[in-house]
Design a protein around this ligand. Structure first.
Ligand SMILES: Nc1nc2c(ncn2[C@@H]2O[C@H](COP(=O)(O)OP(=O)(O)OP(=O)(O)O)[C@@H](O)[C@H]2O)c(=O)[nH]1
Ligand SMILES: [Mg+2]
Length: 233
């Protein structure tokens, strides 16, 4: 899956990606500030998770737009310590909701390892836009709750695609896989092939030349059939 990690300046986006990928990520930065992007790949129980971190300076909006394109889920990182960051968080939230309408989002209330970190109910009071979103207290420094935050988002993301995913699992390996997908989901060929491309890029499946047959990768098949399994370690 493709996840975008966004949120205001210095909230801990880069550190979060560093933690999730065990350090195997890149950060295009200057003096500690991300000026282009973070990028890393994580493997969660066989599921490939492509992470794209955005710059937190307001002027890099175009970069955030490019990085957000086609994302399946959003990790929205807020600074639990610094109340001055809240107004910027609101701007960034509006922006990502505009780039990715309807895409599942979890809020990472970061820096919870610090004594001065505000609890989630305080954050909800000072950032009203968080209403209706899962807000998870985490620390990118210690790693506390980061894994369960990530799994929650992956679950929501896979649920969003559940009608397509269950059919992908069902028709995997079948000779007329594409045709079956089209007729069961009532899709034109172009759109069904679009889905195959999308999820081939995300390493969920492999598509044969000619597109007629596709094969879902073994380690992810049970997640496509039953997304809640990603929540169980
Ligand atoms: N104590 C603590 N410090 C953190 C945590 N996450 C990030 N930091 C610190 O906060 C500062 C900013 O972290 P980054 O990961 O660079 O934040 P960012 O959101 O990527 O920043 P920009 O890309 O510049 O917007 C750094 O000094 C980090 O060490 C955390 O969970 N706990
Ligand atoms: Mg950064």
């Amino acid at each position: 899956m493709k996840l975008v990690v966004t949120g205001p300046f210095e909230s801990g986006k880069s550190k979060m990606i560093y933690h999730i990928t065990d350090g195997s990520c890149i950060n295009v930065e200057r003096g500690g500030t991300t000026i282009a992007m973070d990028h890393g790949l994580a493997n969660i129980d066989g599921l490939s998770v492509f992470l794209f971190g955005t710059p937190g300076l307001l002027r890099f909006r175009t970069m955030r737009k490019i990085l957000s394109e086609g994302a399946d889920g959003i990790i929205f990182v807020v600074d639990s310590v610094d109340p001055e960051s809240d107004a910027r968080a609101k701007l960034f939230f509006r922006e990502i909701a505009f780039f990715l309408p309807g895409v599942p989002c979890v809020v990472a209330a970061n820096k919870q390892d610090l004594d001065t970190a505000r609890p989630v109910d305080h954050l909800r009071k000072s950032m009203r836009f968080l209403a209706g979103l899962p807000v998870i207290p985490v620390s990118a420094e210690t790693g506390k709750n980061v894994d369960s935050m990530l799994r929650t988002l992956l679950y929501l993301t896979m649920m969003q695609w559940s009608s397509v995913f269950s059919k992908l699992a069902e028709f995997s390996g079948q000779k007329k896989g594409l045709k079956n997908l089209m007729s069961d989901l009532n899709l034109p060929r172009e759109q069904a092939v679009g889905y195959l491309r999308r999820f081939e890029l995300r390493k969920l499946l492999e598509v044969e030349v000619g597109d007629e047959r596709f094969v879902v990768r073994d380690p992810v098949k049970h997640f496509l059939e039953n997304p809640v399994l990603i929540m169980r370690r």
